[in-house]
Design a protein around this ligand. Structure first.
Ligand code: MN3
Length: 200
């Protein structure tokens, strides 16, 4: 038993021009694959844990043996964050939130524009490698925060809805140091139908 690389449901060039084919290819088949491999290697020491999903491992990290806990946190996070990242970027998706989702956004952020500004600012300001998330806290309220490494709101049993990868490998080939151009491009690729499906 082992965890496998979850396929992207669209072609590697489907996010062009905002996200170039070579970046998507390397990002998925090299970087994401390495997190899958590292996770498997760690779990092989405690194979009974293969019965758990990556989400279950992260939500109950204190139940993972201490010897592999940090490796599972880093690489399990790497696996699940990238799965969400590709899923929410589905091309030709719904480019604006539904009436219902918009109402929720307005309740928690005042306006859709405020959400966009705060999410992109958070992603652009995050120092070094990490992720910016829109997520639901344990009370169901929408929150925006950045997390270091591959940490995820799942570690607090919170519900991630949007994950913006700000590791340099996700944008450097096309955008070099221009992270704000990249995060804006990601925002424009978001599929709001998929995001809303994740709302609890
Ligand atoms: Mn990445």
């Amino acid at each position: 038993m082992s965890y496998t690389l979850k396929e992207i449901t669209y072609s590697f060039d489907a996010l062009e021009p905002q996200m170039d084919k070579e970046t998507v290819l390397l990002h998925h088949t090299k970087h994401q694959q390495s997190y899958v491999n590292n996770l498997n290697q760690a779990i092989e020491k405690f194979p009974e844990l293969f019965s758990k999903s990556v989400k279950e491992l992260l939500e109950n990290l204190n139940e993972v043996p201490e010897e592999i806990r940090t490796t599972v946190r880093n690489n399990g996070g790497g696996v699940i964050n990238h799965e969400l990242f590709w899923e929410m970027l589905t091309p030709n998706g719904k480019k604006s939130p539904s009436e219902k989702m918009l109402k929720k956004i307005e309740e928690d952020f005042g306006s859709f524009e405020n959400l966009k500004t705060l999410l992109l600012e958070t992603a652009n300001k995050h120092f070094a490698s990490g992720w910016a998330f829109l997520y639901q806290d344990l009370n169901g309220k929408l929150k925006i925060n950045s997390f270091s490494g591959h940490d995820t709101p799942l570690l607090n049993k919170e519900n991630p809805l949007i994950a913006i990868d700000v590791w340099e490998h996700s944008y450097y080939l096309k955008y070099q140091n221009l992270r704000p151009e990249y995060t804006k491009a990601v925002f424009d690729l978001l599929n709001w139908e998929i995001i809303e499906e994740k709302l609890k």
